[in-house]
Design a binder for this molecule. Structure first.
Ligand code: NDP
Length: 324
């Protein structure tokens, strides 16, 4: 028996119920994992509200965790009891102990703490596929990154800088904007008080950017299209402000034959090779020190409902780590 948050119905933070759950022994290909740290992500909110329905209810939400292998099932050769591991999928992280397919785990390098592992797996591998998979940003490119002070945003800004790209980032307060400047973004726009389209046009001398990485969604989507140069790429990867409304795809032609993608980390890491390649590249930029993983704010796992409310209210900065 262990403790976990369980969702029995979709709704507000109150549907997260802290209760006893049975874990049992790992089956073939599975590992029993004791969490040391759990990452808070915006997708946890979508799972709670039902914007992204979970495979079935009741379910334990939470996508990102780091911990120690307690036991392994038949056929598991890559891991054994005592190994330090981390992961970004599948749901079940809001728990003290869980079962998880071994194929979803990666070994956590000894130089990284569990807190860093839980702060970077989902967010950092996302930054990797955005910067290499969706649009391979290269030196000379100008990119626009929304919510640069967020969990994904902070890693994305630093990694884009490490690729030699010119970064324009948005942030929702003066404090957040200062932080993003400190991460190396050349231009930071407080999009609560400034018109980011006008600022981007000004900064790029009317040309626009090569790519927009937009995890904000509804509030920024159409304006983000206006920030792109002809043949630019719109990467719409999230819905922090709500899902993007249906629109006429003719707009993409009218605004300069734009490319649009709506990607998911799950596609880019669906195979074992894909997952390991993303994790390897992430660990490499972190080991070189070009991407720094702040340990973020920690709070007890039992405070996950309050942590989600803070995230929805734009009051979090960077990663929040939940400790079982
Ligand atoms: P963040 O830490 O970035 O939190 C979301 C941020 O979005 C807020 O802090 C806020 O920053 C900004 N924001 C703007 N408008 C709103 C609004 N109306 N309500 C709430 N927040 C708003 O979250 P994550 O790092 O976990 O995720 C960032 C985005 O990336 C999310 O949309 C998430 O779903 C997406 N994502 C997508 C993945 C994929 O594979 N498709 C994988 C991982 C994340 P500010 O105040 O500066 O505006």
């Amino acid at each position: 028996m262990t403790k976990a948050f369980v969702i029995h119905e979709y709704g507000g933070p109150e549907v997260l119920k802290w209760q006893d759950v049975e874990v049992g022994d790992p089956g073939p290909g599975e590992v029993r994992l004791r969490h040391k740290a759990v990452g808070l992500n915006f997708i946890d909110v979508y799972h709670r509200t039902g914007l992204y329905p979970l495979p079935a209810l009741p379910a334990v939400p939470g996508m990102e965790g780091a911990g120690v292998v307690e036991a392994v099932g038949e056929d598991v050769t890559e891991f054994r009891a005592g190994d330090r591991v981390a992961y970004a999928h599948p749901p079940g992280a809001y728990s003290e102990v869980r079962l998880i397919p071994a194929a979803k785990l990666v070994a956590l390098p000894g130089a990284l703490s569990f807190e860093q592992g839980a702060a970077m797996m989902l967010k950092g591998m996302t930054a990797r596929y955005l910067l290499y998979g969706c649009y391979n940003a290269l030196p000379g490119d100008v990119v626009l990154i929304h919510a640069g002070a967020g969990g994904v945003g902070q890693i994305l800004v630093q990694w884009a800088k490490a690729k030699g790209v010119t970064v324009i980032a948005t942030a929702g307060s003066v404090e957040k904007a200062a932080l993003v400047t400190g991460l190396g973004a050349e231009h930071v726009i407080n999009y609560q008080s400034e018109d980011f389209v006008a600022r981007v046009k000004d900064i790029t001398h009317g040309r626009g950017v090569h790519v927009v990485y937009d995890g904000v969604g509804q509030a920024t989507f159409l304006k983000s299209l206006d920030c792109l140069r002809p043949l630019g790429t719109m990467v719409s990867f999230g819905n922090a402000s709500g899902p993007v409304e249906p629109f006429n795809i003719g707009l993409l032609a009218a605004k300069g034959s734009l490319f649009l993608t709506r990607p998911s980390l799950m596609t880019y890491t669906a195979t074992r090779e894909g997952l390991l390649a993303h994790a390897r590249d992430l660990f490499e930029v972190v080991a070189r020190g070009v991407v720094k993983i702040a340990e973020g704010r920690t709070r007890p796992l039992v405070e996950a409902p309050q942590a989600q409310q803070e995230m929805e209210g734009r009051r979090t900065i960077g990663s929040t780590i939940l400790i079982p």
